[in-house]
Design a protein around this ligand. Structure first.
Ligand SMILES: [Zn+2]
Length: 177
């Protein structure tokens, strides 16, 4: 498999540089499109940071607005971004031999956790501006309400952040969430 990159924006300096014990390339960094020959790698065809591989923040926010899933990780600075699977893709998943076998044996679909999305990129929160952090938090707080897509966010399993992003704090008990 070969991977090529095309610079589309920048220069920029990746905010994750200051946290790294060593520097993998010299600044400035750029925003570039990653092209995998097999077309399957994370970030493929998307604009990502040349230093850390994160999605470009404005694209990350736009994908959330368009209904992409945000998938939590055990890191307080990282999430995956997943494209919602189409009905056809979910149907194809159910036709896979080992899944079909279970369904035929009477296991219910809810017990199988059929995937809702496919991860397409990673995002590092260090890249968010203050304004984008505010929108992200507002959308997270509205995630279970009926206000999607105008205000909300689709959060993948388990439906909340078990490790909160570093820029978020829990509201004190008794205060409006
Ligand atoms: Zn970066």
């Amino acid at each position: 498999m070969s991977t090529t990159f095309t610079i589309v924006d920048g220069p920029q300096v990746c905010p994750r540089r200051v946290e790294a014990p060593y520097q993998i390339t010299e600044p400035p960094d750029s925003w570039q499109v990653r092209n995998d020959s097999e077309g399957r790698g994370l970030g493929n065809g998307l604009v990502c940071c040349s230093y850390c591989g994160s999605l470009r923040p404005e694209d990350f926010m736009e994908m959330i607005r368009r209904g992409y899933y945000v998938a939590p990780t055990d890191k307080n600075y990282k999430v995956y971004v997943g494209r919602p699977l189409t009905d056809e893709e979910r149907e194809a998943y159910k036709q896979m031999p080992h899944i079909k076998e279970l369904l035929d044996a009477g296991v219910s679909e809810s017990e199988l956790t059929i995937p809702q999305h496919r991860d397409e990129a990673k995002f590092y929160f260090q890249h968010l501006s203050e304004e984008q952090k505010r929108e992200f938090v507002d959308r997270y707080n509205a995630r279970n309400k009926q206000s999607y897509p105008e205000y909300g966010m689709k959060l993948a399993y388990p439906g909340h952040f078990y490790r909160l992003p570093f820029f978020m704090v829990r509201a004190p008990e008794g205060e409006p969430k």
